[in-house]
Design a protein around this ligand. Structure first.
Ligand code: IPD
Ligand code: CA
Length: 269
């Protein structure tokens, strides 16, 4: 059965708050290293290893992931959940904390030279986002956030917008791999998005969330998104004063997420 709940707006691991900045630094270093590798790969180096129905897998996904895992394992003992490798247990003392990694979000954009892709690394405490780093290597923008503390782009503080009316708001959304494209599902989707002034499908959930945090758009919604696509971005939205509502599905790695500036009404998910 689906479970509907809000993410906690304040950091639930206050006791170890002094370490948060250090962990954010680790996530940032890993994201930057992988992002620089992805940015330097020439179009001719991009090898598609699997063409799935509405998804692709690239050799660079794996290489990026290898680099990230190496940095994270060198600097911390938390387990790692990563898109390509699944769960990697690290024998950590604190089993509640885990890194959640997307080595390349926006893969289809990446192979088509659409400059909207990034590396995304979040740290979660059980089911709650704690912090995140999202590196947009096309624009050299490093988005970071710590829940309850703040969010930054290249070190400068970010804040969500003040828009309270959907008719004046911009929504980012998308169709995850495995979306239901039946007429009924599309009709329901249209009902959920039609009140917004503008709707954008950027092809990167992580960047869409960072743009909510940066006040570039007002809200993000996606049904059935994978946890690694949003793990870091949700922490960045919360750090910037936004609100996150989600439905946890029986598949623990899949969510329905609505994130906004905390003034817009929450739709029926
Ligand atoms: C995709 C992007 C996209 C979302 C898809 C994801 P990927 O991630 O986040 O915005 O709509 O559901 O799969 O495959 O490029 O890592
Ligand atoms: Ca990915």
């Amino acid at each position: 059965m689906e479970r509907f709940e809000n993410c906690h707006p304040t950091n639930s691991i206050g006791k170890i708050a002094d370490e948060l900045t250090g962990w954010l630094g680790i996530a940032e270093a890993a994201a930057r290293d992988a992002g620089e590798f992805l940015a330097e790969s020439k179009a001719s180096d991009i090898i598609v290893t699997a063409q799935l129905e509405r998804d692709v897998k690239l050799k660079n996904d794996l290489e990026s992931e290898k680099r990230i895992i190496s940095v994270l394992q060198k600097s911390s003992r938390f387990s790692i959940l990563s898109e390509e490798s699944g769960m990697i247990e690290n024998g950590a003392k604190n089993q509640k904390l885990r890194w959640i990694v997307d080595p390349l979000d926006g893969s289809v954009n990446y192979i088509n030279s659409l400059p909207l892709s990034c590396v995304s690394i979040g740290l979660w405490n059980m089911d709650e986002p704690v912090l995140g780093a999202v590196y947009d290597f096309n624009h050299n923008e490093m988005f970071t956030g710590i829940v309850g503390r703040g969010s930054w782009v290249n070190g400068l503080p970010m804040k969500v917008t003040q828009t309270a009316d959907r008719r004046r708001a911009i929504l980012c959304t998308g169709f995850p791999v495995g979306s239901d494209f039946s007429i009924d599902a599309i009709r329901y989707f249209c009902e959920q998005i039609r009140d917004y002034k503008k709707v954008r499908l950027l092809g990167s959930a992580a960047l869409s969330l960072c743009y909510v945090a940066a006040g570039r758009v007002d809200a993000y919604f996606e049904r059935g998104i994978k946890i690694w696509d949003v793990a870091a971005g949700l922490a960045v939205v919360l750090g910037a004063g936004g609100r996150v509502t989600r439905l946890l599905s029986p598949q623990l790695d899949t969510l329905t997420v609505y994130a906004n500036n905390s003034l817009l009404p929450v739709p029926c998910l």
